[in-house]
Unconditional design. Sequence first.
Length: 215
Amino acid sequence: MFKLPSLPYDYDALEPYISARTMHCHYDDHHQGYLKKLNNALDDIDFEYRTVEDIVKKTAGRKELTHVYNNAAQVWNHAFFWNCMKAGGGGEPTGELKEAIERDFGSFQSFRRAFIDRATARFGSGYVWLVKRDDNLVIRDSANADPSYVAGDPPFTSGNDPLLCCDLWEHAYYLDYQNGRAEFVETFIDNLVDWDFVSAQLVGDTVQPRLVAAE
Ligand code: MN3
C-alpha cells in the first residue's frame, strides 16, 4: 500500500493564483482518487516493486496493466507538481539553473515563452515539463498520465530527468481560469514556481518525491 505525502503547504497558500477550492478538489479528490485506485489494483501486479516509480517503469507499455500505469503515474506526477510550486514563488531562477536556461533557451524570457507555448499547444490533457535531457535542458509535453519521457524512452531513466512540471488537465485550472490555460501557465511561471526545488533537481541534490510502499 502507498500513502500520499502531505501537501507541502496549506490549501489556501497559493491564493489568489490557485484557490483553496481548486486545491481541495485537486489534492483531496483527484490525487487521493488516483492513490486509492492504485492501491486497489496492486494485486494485479506480477512483479516486485518498492516505489511508485518502479511501478510506472515496469507497467509502461503493458496494455493489460494500463490501469495500474495510469494511476501510478498520476500519483507520482501530482506529488512532483505540488513541489514545483510555493507561496511567493515565480520570478526568475538564479545560479546554475539560470545559467543553464540562458545557455539552452537564449534567455529566461525565451524559455518562459516556449514553456507557455508548449503548454497551450498540447491538445487535451497532459503536462508540460522542463527536462534535463543528458546535459541539456529541453521542454517536453506529455499526454494524459504520461510522465516526462520522450517517446521511445522509458520513464524515470537517468539522462531524462524532470525538473519542473505544470498540470494541464482542466481540473488543475478550470475553477479559477475556466478555459484560460495560457493565463494559468503564465501565472504558474510568474507567481508560483519554486525555483529552489527546480534547482535542487538540476544539481542532483534531489528532493523529488520518492514514493515508497509502506511496510
Ligand atoms: Mn491533476
